[in-house]
Structures are given as structure tokens and as C-alpha cells.
Design a protein around this ligand. Structure first.
Ligand code: AMP
Length: 421
């Protein structure tokens, strides 16, 4: 039979790497909680309409990347391709807006998009992100961006990432700008790619997102959205910049930065890193004041971001991070079957005292068990042989210093506790 393998674009996170995931996850949990954000966990699959309405029918995600299927009762279901729409669905369903005028949430988990796999782009990948509901004021934008910044710094990526910032104004501003952009592009329509020609009709702002060098050159002379801001748009963006500056958060303004989806307004931002190669986006976010209403809730301003966990790990690896061995306190070496009950009960006692200990279930020779103890990254080997069983003692070997001593079995927990006190 041919060997079964994971599906293209999906990856196993092997035990030797999961430590790194947990390190990052810890920073995310701690940083979010420090600013009053609490975790929300929504289902992995949803009614397809959550995404077709919440992300937009003509977005790449909905039009070509979703894993959707018809359930037995005929309902169309979809593996979540992003989390904002799910969080908003949940916010409306549970009336979270009436619990408190401001709701702050963060999330973490797997997403599914049928994209062409390459480095940093997978079909199942993981994101963390935050969503803050209930204020249209720029201090909330500054708070959300500062959390992204603090997580990047906490994970040592501050130096190798850049914050790009833009405002795409209010609906009024964007409608005027779209016309101006179309007027600018119309004489050159035949030079545009098929994708951009389609976007010209459906969502001309997204043409600014193009990766094509030709189109980028053409766009150099395009009108800028900033010339179409309303007074309120400008004041909002100016305040945000001032707030970021007082928090020592440096940014560059990228007037061509737009987020693909229709519902964004005003603030959009992205953190990129040169450590990533062609898929250089670490994190993207923006204000989405219309989305709650579009999904059937009361009009509620909101802002959030989503970040790719795999890309954080890739960027961090570029700093020369090596695989961290399992950091056990002790490895229990047992010589002879008679000692097995003692090893099991003593190990259990240690674990209850929060001491990490691994024992050997293969009944191997002293030499093999000591080799395993060294390989496991344990600081100590606890050795139980015939003499020790008789005398109710243990040999404790410090694997770093090479020293060893004999202690009473009844003093085992104390021995480890004294080390940490
Ligand atoms: P988006 O939801 O498309 O705005 O993406 C937010 C972040 O998720 C990006 O900045 C990437 O870091 C990450 N990301 C998006 N798509 C993928 C993918 N297919 N594979 C891995 N990471 C991704």
C-alpha cells in the first residue's frame, strides 16, 4: 500500500518544533490580556454565508479559495478562511454589544484557504488576531496597533519588521476617489492584466495592490486617496499618527496600501518583514466600521488585525534560532523490574509537585538509559538499582556537572524543591 501523507499545503507541527509555537502563543496570550482583551474561540466551520457576506463575494478568498461543501441537509458549509467574519457573527448572535460598549477580543487558530502553496503560504495555516468593537475614535486604532507592535517586540521581531500605515478614508471619500482612479486608468485599460481589468469594474481600489511591475509604474502617477479625505478623515488619521508617535511606534505611510475587502474604512495597516521573501506580510489589519451592520447587527465601529503564526516563526528563525531540547528536570533510570512500582509512584509524586520527570519504559541497560537521559535534555538522572531499592535511597546524577550523590527516597521532592528556592 502506498504511504499516506499529509495533504498538499498542510503541515505537521512535530514535537521538536511545538515548543516554539508555545513560546509565541504565550506571548500572544499575555500581551493581549495585559490590554484587557479576552480570548474568543469560534467553530472551525460556519454557514457559508458568514464568509460570502462578511468577506465579500468578489474577494479572492470567497471566489476561489474556500473549502465549501453541502451538508446532508443541503446547507452550504465552509471551513473558515478568516476569523473576523466569524467573530462578528458571534458578536451579533450573543448580543455582546449590550454587555459593554467596548468589546475587546483576541483569537488564535487554524484557517483554510485553497491557495497555491509556497514558502509562507499554506492551505491550512494559523492566525492570531484581535478585534475591538464599539469606538470609532483613533485611540482605539492606536491601542490595536500597539498590541501588534508589543507582540512583535516580545517575540524579538521588532527590529526586522516595518509598520506600513494608510487611511482609505470614509465611504464618501472612497467613492470620490474610485471615480478619480478610474478616470486615471481608463485611457490605459488595455495595458492592465485581466485581474486588474476585472477589479476596475468591481473594486478599483484593489488595483493599487498589484504585484505587476508594469502596473506599478503606471500607478506612480495615479491620484492619491489622501487628496480625497474629508476633514474628519484627515483629523482621524492625524490623531492616529500623533498617538503612535507618543507611544514610540514608528511607521511609514504607504499611500498605496489598501486592504482587499470592501468593508474597510479609514485606518489600514500592515507589518511586513524582509526576512520573509516574497510573502512578506506578517500581519494585516484595519478599521471595519460597516461590517457588523452588513452582517445584520446594529451599526458598530470596529478595528482589528490578523497575523500569520507560521510567518512569525519563519521570521524568527531567520534570527538563527535553534531547536530547543525538551527541558526536563529529571530522567528516571530504573535497573531491574523490581524497581518499576517505585519509579512510577516516585515520578508521580514529583509531577504533582510540578517537577518534570520522564521514565524509561523499555527496561533497557544502564548505559542505554543514561544515553537517553542525556539526549532528553534533562538536568538530572535519578537512578534506582537493587541497592537503592533495599536502602530506600536513590542516586542523583547532575548531568551538566557530572557529579552524583545519594539521597533518601523520602527526600526526593525536597531535593528538587530546594533547587528552585
Ligand atoms: P489576511 O487574513 O489575508 O489579511 O492575512 C493576515 C495574515 O495571515 C498575513 O499577513 C499572513 O501573515 C497570514 N497569511 C495569510 N494567508 C496565508 C497563507 N495562505 N499561509 C500562511 N499565512 C497566511
Amino acid at each position: 500500500m502506498s504511504q499516506l501523507r499529509s495533504i498538499k499545503g498542510t503541515h505537521d507541527i512535530l514535537p521538536e518544533h511545538s515548543n516554539k509555537w508555545q513560546d509565541l502563543e504565550k506571548i500572544i496570550h499575555e500581551t493581549c490580556k495585559r490590554s484587557g482583551y479576552r480570548e474568543i474561540r469560534t467553530p472551525i466551520f460556519e454557514d457559508t454565508r458568514v464568509f460570502s457576506r462578511g468577506v465579500g463575494e468578489d474577494s479572492d478568498i470567497v471566489s476561489k479559495e474556500m473549502y465549501s461543501w453541502e451538508d446532508r441537509d443541503g446547507t452550504s458549509l465552509t471551513l473558515r478562511p478568516e476569523l473576523t467574519a466569524s467573530v462578528v457573527r458571534s458578536y451579533i448572535q450573543h448580543n455582546l454589544g449590550i454587555l459593554s460598549p467596548i468589546q475587546r477580543m483576541y483569537y488564535m487558530g487554524p484557517l483554510f484557504r485553497r491557495e497555491r502553496p509556497q514558502k509562507g503560504r499554506q492551505r491550512q495555516f494559523n492566525q492570531f488576531g484581535i478585534e475591538a468593537f464599539g469606538s470609532e475614535n483613533p485611540e482605539l486604532d492606536a491601542e490595536v496597533i500597539s498590541i501588534a507592535w508589543n507582540i512583535l517586540e516580545g517575540y524579538d521581531l521588532g527590529e526586522i519588521s516595518t509598520l506600513q500605515l494608510n487611511s482609505i478614508g470614509s465611504t464618501e471619500c472612497r467613492n470620490n476617489y474610485k471615480e478619480a482612479l478610474k478616470d486615471f486608468l481608463r485611457p490605459n485599460l488595455n495595458q492592465l492584466s485581466d485581474t486588474s481589468k476585472n477589479r476596475f469594474e468591481t473594486n478599483p481600489l484593489r488595483i493599487l495592490d498589484t504585484k505587476s511591475e508594469n502596473e506599478r509604474r503606471l500607478l506612480e502617477k495615479a491620484p492619491l486617496i489622501s487628496d480625497y479625505y474629508t476633514d474628519e478623515d484627515r483629523a482621524h488619521f492625524d490623531s492616529l499618527q500623533q498617538f503612535l508617535s507618543v507611544m514610540n511606534i514608528s511607521f511609514i505611510i504607504n499611500p498605496k496600501l489598501v486592504r482587499g475587502l470592501d468593508y474597510y474604512s479609514r485606518t489600514v495597516f500592515e507589518f511586513t518583514s524582509s526576512a520573509l521573501g516574497s510573502q512578506d506580510a506578517l500581519l494585516g489589519g484595519g478599521r471595519y466600521d460597516r461590517l457588523v451592520e452588513m452582517l445584520g447587527g446594529k451599526p458598530t465601529p470596529a478595528i482589528g488585525f490578523a497575523a500569520g503564526i507560521e510567518r512569525f516563526l519563519i521570521a524568527r528563525e531567520s534570527l538563527g534560532e535553534t531547536i530547543r531540547p525538551l527541558n526536563n528536570n529529571a530522567y528516571f533510570v530504573c535497573l531491574g523490574e523490581a524497581g518499576i512500582p517505585d519509579v512510577l509512584s516516585l515520578s508521580n509524586t514529583l509531577r504533582k509537585a510540578k517537577i518534570n520527570v520522564v521514565s524509561d519504559p523499555l527496561r533497557r541497560s544502564l548505559k542505554s538509559q543514561m544515553r537517553e537521559a542525556n539526549k532528553s535534555g534533562s538536568r538530572f538522572a535519578i537512578i534506582l538499582g537493587t541497592n537503592e531499592i533495599e536502602n530506600k535511597t536513590l542516586v542523583i546524577k547532575d548531568l551538566k556537572k557530572g557529579e552524583q550523590k545519594i539521597i533518601l527516597q523520602s527526600d526526593l521532592t525536597k531535593f528538587f524543591k530546594d533547587l528552585t528556592s
